[in-house]
Design a protein around this ligand. Sequence first.
Ligand code: FEO
Length: 394
Amino acid sequence: MIKLQEDIVWVGSIDWSLRNFHGYSTPLGSTYNAYLILDEKPTLIDSVKTDGFDELVRRIHETLPLSEIRYIISNHTEMDHSGSIANLLKWCPDAEIVCSPKGEEGLKKHFQNNWKFKVVDSGDTLNIGKRNLSFLLMPMVHWPDSMATYSIHDEALFSNDAFGQHRASVERYADELGLDMVLEDAAKYYGNIVLPYGNQVLKVLAAVRDLKIKTIYPSHGLIWRGNDSISKIIGRYEKWASHQTDNKVLIVYDTMWSSTKIIADKLFSLIDEAGIPVKKTSLQHTHISDVVTDILTSKMVFFGTPILNNRMLPSMASLVMYLKGLKPKNRFAFTFGSYGWAPSAFKELEQSIQEAGFELFQDGIYIQYVPDEKELEKLSDLLPILREKMSSHA
Ligand code: FEO
């Protein structure tokens, strides 16, 4: 039994082999966290995805018979958290499903069920014995139905996807594993899952500020406990949700015959020599979800691609399509690349970058075939405007 605190037990499942979570690379696996509160009316907070059901049941059984569960709180309908509810209810058919109004709609549509629902709104409370649980609807963090559950007695926030990370581990607490490392995991999670919903996150943070919180129990990854962990993860969420970036440049590119790589290398050395923090990453070696983690904190992103069949390379097209959905704000961009016989296809790249929310701060630089020394030297003309933009806001 994994006891987290008095009367609260972790009963989730660990997916050690998960390597892709709807397009987001997860080289370290993930967890689906479910929490059992052992009060007069035993209450399960969230379930796990379908193939984690046996592990969930084994963990619950270590504590109490499934038939004793009175409430299953479904903070979020997405099937990584709701997938096992139908099977669970075979063992505790009288349990009520506590969820938001959108949660009820979503669960009915997903599972075509006739479950006993207890629909709650923000501020509603549910007494389960010595505890009153209250609810905070947080639409779009991550789906319209999402909500958090707060235990006043435990000063514990069960935040579902908010504050989560994808990492499978033996450890359950962020400070046990290494706070800085888990904050990095949380950055990747935020960038790839939560980034489009900054305004909604800010509303949730405003509500959370009024709560006394000793522990944040997310639905993925490690738990945040204590002032240091909680203030750091909330501080990062405030920064990310308000689209604050660091004064640094990210150069992301792909290449065919090394011409775009030569331009990327030259840009990197010029910016680096100018004393501006800069990182260079190739789409041949880096998954787009890791590129997004870097974009999350970069004020400026340089996108480089050659032209293939009068289009940008598919790897770059995949990144910019992904970014159109994630909609980062307050960031500058610059485009570059090499071409064979016509540079017209770069228009599509420029338009896509703007549609994704970036401000192009200067006309792109496109070089035919192989860049020569003179063309490479001319790239230094960018530096004055780059310096100026780094000290302004996009
Ligand atoms: Fe972890 Fe939006 O589900």
